[in-house]
Design a protein around this ligand. Structure first.
Ligand code: ADP
Length: 314
């Protein structure tokens, strides 16, 4: 069709579980650089996948923001394959930077710059009634000018209807909040804020903060590291379908400031305060994306690194 004719696919850039990504350009402008993401529909996942792909398209096209990957066009190719024409982001993702501890050095000013960009992306999604639901370092791509862009909206869904139950099998386990691990079907932007908190912690530690091997193990890590969810610290939690009752004697009290200062002290006391408010067990007590942006950490020293001075891979 017409849209398809406007683009040319060049070499393959990479392959994920659900898609193959190609470098591409506009037929009319050979110097243009684009990423063409071909969603694999001819797989065993067909039904679920094509639905995810359609969601990705629907929400991404509406969201125009410097920290959200731009979707220029959508077209179908042979076998009904869905192709997304995306902004080309050649510098990898935050996961690659975190892992390259030999080659890449960064400190609090850089973490503040990256978290600021992530915070603005998430705030903009929520402001537009979109939950991202898969925030993790691997979905934070880096543009040539250093700007971090939230990508992979495969799981995004509008939450404008609060009475429509949603699936809880979302968000890669390590970044998943306790309410989803307990099977909550009514949830809010707070799920993305928890993920943001775990990304914040990972940027400081340079290794995943809560790396569970199973869902039960993930909850165990949350209890041991952050505190055990109880009716006292999270009214209503015991009514969630998947709530696991913990032995009273084994209940671990919610960690105080000293614990966070001992592990995340490089973020400073104000940064630690922000991290703690993102990792509140009770989603209603967790700060909102707007409150993240209003936090005094952004204006306290050190100031965030300018995006053009941020470290880059290779
Ligand atoms: P995954 O989530 O496993 O990384 P994706 O299907 O999203 O899988 O992407 C596969 C690979 O394609 C990525 O690892 C990355 O190298 C590359 N890629 C994805 N999106 C872009 C983009 N917008 N610009 C440049 N490269 C991209």
């Amino acid at each position: 069709d017409e849209t398809k004719q406007r683009y040319v696919k060049d070499k393959k850039l990479g392959e994920g579980t659900y898609a193959i990504v190609y470098l591409g350009h506009l037929r009319a402008d050979p110097s243009s650089l684009l990423a063409i993401k071909k969603i694999k529909v001819n797989t065993e996942y067909r039904d679920g996948l094509s639905m995810d792909a359609i969601r990705e398209v629907k929400y991404l096209q509406e969201l125009s923001h410097p920290n959200i990957i731009a979707l220029h066009a959508v077209f179908s190719s042979k076998n009904q394959n869905l192709n997304l024409v995306l902004e080309y982001l050649p510098l990898g993702d935050l996961e690659m930077l975190i892992k390259d501890s030999e080659g890449i050095r960064y400190g609090t000013a850089e973490v503040k710059a990256w978290m600021g960009m992530l915070g603005r992306a998430v705030w903009f999604c929520h402001e537009n009634f979109v939950l991202h639901r898969d925030i993790k370092p691997n979905n934070l791509l880096i543009a040539a000018d250093g700007e971090v862009k939230l990508a992979d909206f495969g799981l995004a869904r509008s939450f404008s209807d609060p009475y429509r139950p949603m699936t809880y099998q979302v968000i890669t386990r390590w970044y998943r909040p306790p309410e989803l691990l307990f099977g909550a079907r009514f949830y809010s932007g707070a799920v993305d804020v928890w993920s943001m908190g775990t990304v914040f912690a990972e940027l400081i530690l340079r290794s995943p903060f809560l790396a569970g091997n199973t869902d039960v193990h993930q909850l165990e890590l949350i209890c041991n590291t952050i505190g055990t969810p109880t009716e006292e610290n999270w009214p209503g939690v015991s009514k969630l379908e998947g709530f696991l009752k913990y032995d009273k004697a084994a209940t671990i009290p919610v960690r105080g400031r000293e614990f966070y200062l001992s592990r995340f002290g490089t973020a400073g006391p104000v940064g630690v305060d922000l991290l703690m408010s993102m990792l509140a067990l009770d989603p209603r007590k967790r700060c909102t994306a707007r409150q993240v942006l209003e936090h005094k950490w952004w204006s306290s020293d050190p100031r965030p690194t300018a995006k053009e001075d941020l470290p880059k891979k290779g």
